[in-house]
Ligand binder design. Structure first.
Ligand code: CTP
Length: 404
């Protein structure tokens, strides 16, 4: 494969040399495009020798190229663009389409996937404007790798170290492999919802979000464009996944219905609260003035049920936590909520479910026999579920979203 490696002007640029070596070792062709500042950290000659190709440099702006548009030629040559390290400046310019140098102009003309490995000081990484740029890139399907936590050039520790070159290579390889869910849009919800009582208190549940995050990661790994709508959880966003954070059932409903409109499949793994406090106190309720007992509750709308009319063309997957007759309850729920698949588990069993890395489920479908999956890691359950989703979508034919 032909990889255009954009190198930003940060200390991690020295690792780009190793990245080139690994890519070449895997049989890829590499063209390096260091920014002007990057050449202060890694010598152009090093990159040229390791890649075995001339660099793509700002010389493209000078007369003497015979009128050839070098950035367009370079983009046509490129099958995948990798930017490592991506500085805060590069992230901003790539996300906004500001094309003031050879790397950013070429990037705009690249038809293939982008892999971006940010690296900077932890305090810079934490800035909302940096996060906004990263999120914007992610939303467009750019694969963001890292950064990782560890020692920074300043001697401090924090989030900001560039991902290891081996990880970046793995991401490049994954991006080039067309997955069985290529051209599919999949929406996954995960985690609990918090329903406020007052500005500091809420009603919630113990969902960790792990099941939904595992499903999102698996779907992205198969090439789908994944939107993950996450309730309040402390989990990192899986690579290549667009994440929307929400808090309440109402916010989750709004985000899910909007994202589901053009989705091929929606997986409702979130433990959406069925009830919310009927009134939210505008200020913190003091001990001395307890809320009227009992706390009045109002029903939340059922998102999965609404999806049957909001996204009738999408394959809809529900979850069911049961304590009674699993098959009877789950099949009734499948019918009631109008979904195609339902993943049911017996929450009265020990050691599985909410807080556990494992789960034990039975997957019921409209057509076909139920599939019992004995206790195993949630990642494995995600894999089997996605096998079924992939199969069902293949039977339904090409995505209505394809070709857009
Ligand atoms: N769900 C939803 N919106 C809600 C509540 C639940 O979309 N307001 C979804 C969940 O994401 C899950 C499925 O519905 O995929 C099943 O949720 P569950 O709580 O088991 O079902 P309930 O409808 O609440 O049924 P019951 O509590 O009576 O078992």
């Amino acid at each position: 494969m032909r990889v255009l490696l954009g190198i930003g002007g940060g200390i991690a640029a020295y690792k780009a040399a190793e990245l080139v070596r690994l890519l070449r070792g895997d049989g890829h062709e590499v063209c390096c495009c260091p920014t002007r500042h990057a050449t202060a950290f890694v010598a152009p000659l090093t990159l040229e020798v390791l890649s075995g190709r001339p660099l793509l440099t700002e010389a493209y702006l000078e007369p003497g190229t015979g009128g050839r548009e070098e950035h367009i030629d370079a983009a046509a040559w490129t099958e995948v663009l990798c930017v490592a390290p991506a500085t805060a400046d590069l992230l901003a310019r790539l996300s906004l389409g500001i094309a003031g140098d050879v790397l950013t102009t070429t990037a705009l003309a690249v038809a293939g996937p982008w892999i971006v490995a940010p690296a900077m000081h932890g305090r810079m990484w934490a800035q909302p404007q940096v996060q906004e740029h990263v999120e914007r890139l992610r939303t467009r399907g750019v694969r963001i790798v890292g950064p990782e936590y560890g020692a920074l050039a300043s001697g401090e520790s924090g989030w900001g170290r560039m991902a290891e070159p081996t990880k970046i290579v793995a991401e490049i390889t994954a991006a080039l492999r067309p997955g069985p869910l290529q051209d599919r849009r999949i929406v996954v919800t995960a985690g609990p919802t918090y329903e406020p009582i007052d500005p500091v208190r809420f009603l919630g549940n113990r969902s960790s979000g792990r099941m939904g995050f595992a499903i999102a990661a698996e779907a992205a790994g198969r090439g789908a464009a994944v939107t993950l709508i996450a309730g309040p959880v402390a989990l990192p966003t899986p690579g290549g996944v667009r994440r929307l954070d929400v808090e309440t059932a109402a916010e989750m409903r709004q985000a899910t219905l909007a994202a589901a409109a053009d989705a091929d499949a929606v997986v409702m793994a979130a433990a959406v609260a069925d009830f919310r406090p009927a009134a939210v106190a505008p200020v913190k309720i003091k001990k001395g003035e307890a809320p009227p007992a009992p706390l009045a509750l109002a029903r939340n709308p059922d998102i999965l049920t609404e999806l049957a009319t909001a996204a009738p063309g999408a394959l809809r997957v529900g979850f069911a936590a049961e304590t009674g007759d699993l098959a009877r309850e789950a099949l009734a729920k499948l019918e009631r909520k109008g979904c195609d698949l339902i993943v049911a588990n017996d929450v009265s069993a020990e050691g599985i479910g909410f807080a556990s890395p494992d789960n034990e489920v039975t997957i019921f479908r409209r057509r076909g026999e139920p599939l019992f999956l004995s206790r195993r890691p949630k990642e494995e359950i995600a894999r089997t579920l996605l096998d079924l989703v992939t199969q069902e979508l293949a039977e339904r034919g090409p995505s209505p979203a394809a070709g857009r």
